[in-house]
Design a protein around this ligand. Structure first.
Ligand code: AMP
Length: 172
């Protein structure tokens, strides 16, 4: 499937100068989600790494991470925006272009030593994915890879990430 021809480009959203890569038409395609998950599965299989858990970053990381976890026979673990998770959390604050953002994970979400991958729809600057790696570190789990549907190469976000394999299915 030609993902790029189905992903919709929205100029100047959410602010001027940004081209928003809208994946909703791809999710709406009857075979879209299947093709994305198969794409991830193929690339992670090539890496030949054991995966105990898939971490999805709120909220588009949930849409892709949950079915991937099912296919891998792995746990699914949500990383959420603040004050959504009801039990004790680890919290990370990270810088945005303007201001800061915060993400949380349940302290008991993953066992120490478990092997996890982090999934999101887009890697731009890498700030969100790098912050999520810090949360994984706090749980004692081991980060073994990243998966992104879309990588914005010109922002070089992968430079912000720890040295683990990075899978991306579409590059701009
Ligand atoms: P970053 O922390 O800069 O890597 O930004 C990643 C997060 O912002 C992801 O969760 C994306 O959903 C979202 N994002 C950033 N840039 C774009 C873009 N051009 N199109 C769609 N989503 C984006």
């Amino acid at each position: 499937m030609d993902f790029k021809s189905i992903i919709r480009d929205i100029p100047d959203f959410p602010q001027e100068g940004i081209i928003f890569r809208d994946i909703t038409p791809l999710l709406a395609h009857p075979q879209g989600l299947t093709a994305i998950i198969q794409g991830f599965q193929t690339k992670f299989a090539e890496l030949n790494i054991d995966i105990d858990a898939v971490i999805g970053i709120e909220s588009r990381g949930f849409i892709l991470g949950a079915p991937l976890a099912m296919q891998l026979g792995a746990s699914f673990i949500p990383v959420r925006k603040p004050k959504k998770l009801p039990s004790a959390v680890f919290r990370v604050e990270y810088a945005l272009e303007y201001g800061t953002d915060t993400l949380e994970i349940h302290q008991d979400a993953i066992g120490a030593g478990k092997r996890v991958i982090i999934i999101d729809d887009v890697i731009a600057t890498g700030g969100t994915a790098a912050a999520t790696a810090k949360l994984v570190g706090q749980t004692g789990a081991k980060l073994v890879g990243y998966g992104f549907l879309i990588e914005l190469d010109f922002l070089n976000g992968r430079k912000a990430l720890p040295e683990v394999p990075i899978v991306s299915l579409v590059n701009y």
